[in-house]
Design a protein around this ligand. Sequence first.
Ligand code: FES
Ligand code: FES
Length: 165
Amino acid sequence: MVREIKCDINDKEVTLLADLRLSLAEMLRQNGYFGVKIGCGVGECGACTVLVDGLPVDSCLYLAIWAQGKNIRTVEGEAREGRLSPVQQAYVEEGAVQCGFCTPGFIMTSTAFVEKHQGRACTREEIRQGHSGNLCRCTGYENIIRAVERCQKEDLDKETGPDQE
Ligand code: FES
Ligand code: FES
């Protein structure tokens, strides 16, 4: 049975059709949001992470029909007016991308993490914990953690000015 789903994707109101059994990941990919990767398909790898009302969700385990009336963010919506988001830019600066398959999911998890902890720099352990639902087969974890640290530091510098030597 097919249902009509009205939701907001990357700040745009959309109406999509989805079978009741379809996952959000599949619905998004069927509608051109190919940044949503399907790795394991069972909630283990985080490659399919999108934000639903600001919270990271494994979209392979989230039914498309649950997206009714929700605000969805995918990696496609993060760059604005040709500029990468602060998280994306930090990933580039820190070389936190290897094959790139896990990257969209990581970017969305990092984005939610940075937004949640705005105004303070988290410890490495907090950053690790906050990203524990995302796996990278290329094992580029160190650079990903550094990217999140950089992003948080730049954010704080904007608020308080850079550290004085
Ligand atoms: Fe969804 Fe792996 S594809 S968690
Ligand atoms: Fe290859 Fe993470 S960069 S899986």
